[in-house]
Design a binder for this molecule. Structure first.
Ligand code: ADP
Ligand code: MG
Length: 248
């Protein structure tokens, strides 16, 4: 479904991604772990095609199509969607109105979204301007709801668990499962996701995580079973993964 090949990306004139290789198959959910500043968000933005993220080498292939030079909206039409780590606040744009617009464009059912808003406990936010004065946890929930309206084939989730209290993690986990698995029945193909998480907290609430990658200093340094890798990180820290035999 997604293949990132030897991707080098510059942001603000500085090389941030230094040759990233990563693959996500159809129906696969992969976790992307790594310390702050290792390039996780940059990788997701580059996959989504955010302006200012200059690809200087390598390519991104999505469902057999080279999307490296495409605009973000073109990528979204192909089925890519992203939950940003720090989404921008939008003056004059209400969450509920944007939700309707996105769902009418992508064909998600409004009843389904209303139920999801209830289970995310954010129906009270629908009349509010997007992210203006939202708490960290409210932002993540609102972003998940908007992403569900887009029903992406590949969801790029940037730290859905950061700034979220422990009690809310199961709620967020359920919503992610909805987006990636439950709503699958409508699509002819299986959904996929990349979940970026600093501490891996959210992963225990996800139905199935096929693989985890670790990013260090702009490169994917190794991959493996998520549980094993998180255990190793807890024992030896991120640098410990350098000792891993599966260096790629
Ligand atoms: P992570 O998500 O893994 O914490 P990021 O991808 O956000 O890391 O950042 C990787 C590195 O790129 C950091 O050193 C960060 O300061 C730098 N960086 C990110 N965005 C910019 C930018 N717009 N201009 C310059 N440097 C940037
Ligand atoms: Mg980040």
């Amino acid at each position: 479904m997604l293949r990132v090949e030897n991707l080098r990306v510059k942001v603000g004139g500085r090389e941030i991604l230094k040759g990233v290789n990563l693959e996500v198959g159809e129906g696969e959910v992969v976790a992307l772990l790594g310390p702050n500043g290792s390039g996780k968000s940059t990788l997701l933005h580059a996959i989504m095609g955010r302006p200012g993220y200059e690809v200087v080498e390598g390519r991104i292939v999505f469902n057999g199509v080279d999307i490296t030079g495409m605009r973000p909206d073109e990528r979204a039409k192909l089925g890519l969607g992203m939950l940003m780590q720090i989404p921008p606040a939008l003056k004059g744009v209400r969450l509920g109105d944007l939700l309707k617009k996105i769902s009418s464009f992508y064909g998600a059912e409004i009843d389904y979204l209303r139920k999801l808003a209830e289970s995310l406990r954010i129906t009270g936010l629908l009349d509010r301007e997007l992210h203006r004065g939202f708490s960290g946890g409210e932002m993540k929930r609102a972003e998940l709801l908007l992403l569900a309206a887009q029903s992406p084939k590949l969801a790029l989730l940037d730290e859905p668990d950061s700034g979220v209290d422990l009690e809310s993690l199961p709620v967020l986990g359920r919503a992610i499962n909805e987006i990636v698995y439950a709503y699958d029945s409508k699509a002819k193909e299986k959904r996929s996701a990349i979940i970026v998480t600093h501490a891996g907290k959210i992963l225990s609430y996800i139905e199935r995580v096929n693989r985890a990658y670790i990013m260090l200093d702009g490169k994917v340094s190794c991959f493996g079973n998520p549980r094993d890798l998180i255990e190793d990180i807890e024992k030896y820290g991120f640098e410990g993964c350098l000792r891993c035999l599966k260096v790629i």
